[in-house]
Design a protein around this ligand. Structure first.
Ligand SMILES: C[S@@+](CC[C@H](N)C(=O)[O-])C[C@H]1O[C@@H](n2cnc3c(N)ncnc32)[C@H](O)[C@@H]1O
Length: 211
């Protein structure tokens, strides 16, 4: 299902600041070399994440699901002086690509890449975060949410990608990914520990604030 009419999506992109050349190169390389390039955040969502990061000026950010590092570089833009972004990616084959772009962006000091399963790594993290971006496998969204909520500072934010799942959340689809996302959306909506707003940008972003 087309969530946003193509003409509107193009118009919105045409009236959004262009991504930096390095991000354009990263995105181009993602489309050339990756099996599922459509997972990359891309320009419109990337600029939104960059803006939010500049607005929040976080000290600590956690990303679950690095892929080729597009959102990682966008989110890191607004980090405070001395701030750090931790990002977790399960696919070790992506490591050389990610490290190449962290270095090219001169962000290797600010961004800590963890290769492994976020379900194992997050519980071992001994710190609190100002901002979390969840963008990994959809079946586990509710588990990631529970794991990170206790690690988000009071008043901190969680952003969750693909919460509209190409419209499948409303078309009666019963596959596991759709069920996982619907369960997650319902869980957040009923959770008195947070307040939330679902943005209909791209494939849907749930924006959550911990009370
Ligand atoms: C949609 S992509 C992330 C896109 C990226 N955040 C961006 O904006 O360009 C999802 C990524 O999550 C990774 N992933 C899936 N399950 C994971 C897990 N349990 N732990 C860490 N990463 C995982 C996948 O390998 C994939 O690279």
């Amino acid at each position: 299902m087309e969530i946003i009419p193509e003409a509107i999506a193009q118009y919105a992109e045409a009236h959004t600041s262009a991504a930096r050349p390095l991000l354009k190169e990263l995105e181009r390389e993602t489309w050339l070399r990756q099996l599922h390039p459509g997972m990359v955040s891309g320009e419109l969502q990337g600029q939104l994440l960059t803006m939010l990061s500049y607005m929040l000026r976080p000290q600590s950010i956690l990303e679950i699901g690095t892929f080729t590092g597009y959102a990682t570089l966008c989110l890191a833009q607004g980090l405070q002086e001395g701030g750090v972004l931790d990002t977790i990616e399960i696919n070790e084959e992506l490591e050389p690509h990610i490290r190449h772009y962290l270095k090219a962006a001169e962000m290797s000091e600010k961004i800590r890449l963890h290769i492994g399963n976020a379900l194992d790594i997050v519980p071992r993290m001994n710190q609190q975060f100002d901002l979390v971006f969840i963008d990994a496998d959809k079946i586990n969204y509710s588990r990631y949410y529970e794991l990170v909520l206790e690690k988000v500072k009071k008043g901190g934010f969680i952003l969750v990608d693909n919460v509209l799942w190409f419209g499948k959340v409303v078309d009666g689809s019963k596959d596991k990914d759709t069920e996982g996302i619907k369960l997650f959306n319902e869980k957040v909506q009923a959770d008195s520990r947070v307040e939330n707003v679902m943005l209909t940008i791209r494939d849907g972003i749930m924006m959550i604030r911990k009370l």
